[in-house]
Ligand binder design. Structure first.
Ligand code: ATP
Length: 282
């Protein structure tokens, strides 16, 4: 049984459909990317997967989401928090408001679970190590830079020891060096932790995920491996040909992109993009 099952989910905030007949699952320990253009429904699907939807007056028009066969609504708060943690695009919105230091912010969630003090300390230490926050522990969370806030949000989420971590465009405001640092930290995460990485670009997601769901106007256009994603007709249109060519080039260099698998775009245009890139890396 999958950890999280999205079953024929259709959803609208108002009259406009946002998710249409979406079915997919997240397996335990799986590294999954949800990709798509602006407004394709990634954040909305991420919030369904993380149990943030349905809420208030927002309900599914069809289908729903289950955790190991049980609807989110049946799970108590501690079970929900230990199942999925969600880090949204604006991490400061997720601060507790009860912590005056980074250290206290990370300890806030485990403290709320009323765990024994040594257990809280162990969880905080592990999260601080993964997110490289050791030098910021005494800082006011509200004084951090955008990238530091993002790392704090991820650390606070990890300290809850969830089974799945949903990250909504986590490198959105990162420079390339910070992005690479976060990707290196992702490699330190426990293998049994499922990752759902939502992104509007290909690069970072391809470094993290082994399965890719492509959303197009609220529908799943593709669900599968990287080769199939890059070969899909909508991929080059949504992300741009240079991004697809770069991804294919990097993957071929890493031996992941199989020889003979075509990129789904005009071959002459692909060649025109690839040729100068090949000259740069030669
Ligand atoms: N709270 C809301 N109320 C009404 N409409 C909303 C709400 N949140 C999102 N939408 C709409 O739902 C659609 C999908 O938005 P969503 O944020 O899920 O897309 P996205 O793929 O994550 O986009 P982006 O890459 O721009 O973040 C958009 O048309 C958006 O305007």
């Amino acid at each position: 049984m999958a950890l999280i099952d999205v079953d024929h989910l259709s959803f609208a905030y108002d009259a406009t459909p946002v998710l249409q007949d979406v079915s997919m699952s997240v397996e335990a320990g799986e590294k999954l990317a949800i990709l798509g253009g602006n407004g394709s429904g990634k954040s909305t699907l991420a919030q369904w997967i993380a149990g943030w939807l349905p809420r208030g007056t927002f309900a599914a028009s069809e289908g729903g989401v289950a955790v190991e066969g049980r609807p989110w609504a049946e799970l108590d708060a501690a079970t929900r928090a230990g199942t999925v943690q969600f880090v949204g695009q604006v991490p400061m919105q997720q601060l507790s408001g009860f912590a005056f230091t980074v250290l206290d912010e990370i300890a806030f969630g485990p403290g709320n679970l009323q765990l024994p003090e040594p257990e809280i300390r162990a969880r905080v230490d592990a999260a601080v190590g993964i997110c490289n926050l050791g030098h910021l522990l005494e800082r006011d969370p509200f004084s951090l830079s955008g990238g530091e806030q993002q790392r704090l949000s991820i650390a606070a989420a990890l300290a809850m020891q969830p089974r799945a971590l949903v990250l909504d465009e986590p490198t959105g405001n990162f420079d390339p060096e910070s992005r690479d640092a976060l990707l290196a930290q992702m490699e330190k995460l426990p293998a049994e932790l499922a990752i759902v990485w939502c992104d509007v670009t290909l690069g970072a997601a391809m470094a993290v995920a082994s399965r890719f769901v492509l959303l197009d106007e609220g529908r799943i256009a593709y669900d599968g491996d990287a080769s199939g994603l890059l070969a899909h007709p909508r991929t080059a249109q949504i992300f741009g040909l240079p991004a697809v060519a770069e991804a294919a080039l990097l993957w071929r260099a890493a031996g992941v992109w199989p020889e003979g698998v075509p990129i789904s775009a005009d071959p002459a245009r692909v060649a025109a993009v690839l040729r100068p890139m090949l000259e740069v890396v030669a």
